[in-house]
Write a protein of this length. Sequence first.
Length: 286
Amino acid sequence: MTTTQDRPGGEPDFSRLRLGQVPIVLMYHVIADVPEDPHKLAVAPARFAEQMAWLAERGLRGVSMETLMAAMRAGRARGLAGLTFDDGYLSVLEDALPVLLRHDFTATMFIISDRIGATNEWDAGTGPVWPLMTAGQVAQVAAAGMEIGSHTATHPRLPGIGADQLTAEISGSRARLRELFDLPVTGFAYPYGRMDAAARDAVRGAGYGYACSVETPVSLLGDMTLPRITFYDRDGAGRMAAKKLFFRSYTAALGTRRGLSYSPLARQVKRTLTAPLHRLRRLRRH
């Protein structure tokens, strides 16, 4: 079994992690009351407040990934829970930030550099479209003590894209965010939680200190593939307790499913099974 090694100088090397070393990291997107949410991205403000109070009442402190990684390196991560918000929705500023500050929590906001002030247009046609924070609003969140990380330049699916596009999405987004906010920007989150070896190498090569995924095979766990658990509007106290208790088992189960999808054999089987459906769809178009 892979173990954490020390880098020269004594600093822990987290490029590979054992399952037992993985910290709990919560993932959120939109904090809002919404009538329709097919992708289950939104958590109502009242429910989010309940979830943060649940953490605080159990002696858990919500922190940014930057803080969590520093605590892991120092061996002091016990009692900490990473808090992350993807995409940079305006609702996070309006409805999540006050709750975080009330509990003296911090969090990481993963921002899409070329979509600042726009909307989640990648969901158009399949789900609600919500406004993203402007540059001034992102700066306001940063000034309140939140970490700003990158979520690429335009929110594409990274696996399989070319080297030039990888550079633009990963290195380019970091450079743009650093220019806009005069911050180091050491964290990255893969859009849709999806990544491959080329994406992981590009993230490390761009100078990021860590990257967050979602469903990570156990064999790939490390500082470039930190798994997160999505928290939903339906997650009340009972579900919160279960996720806290079993998050590593849950991580392993999701990672096994994702690992199988990475297998060439599994991809071939999927293509074989879905080919008739794709042919039928093409026929219906003509």
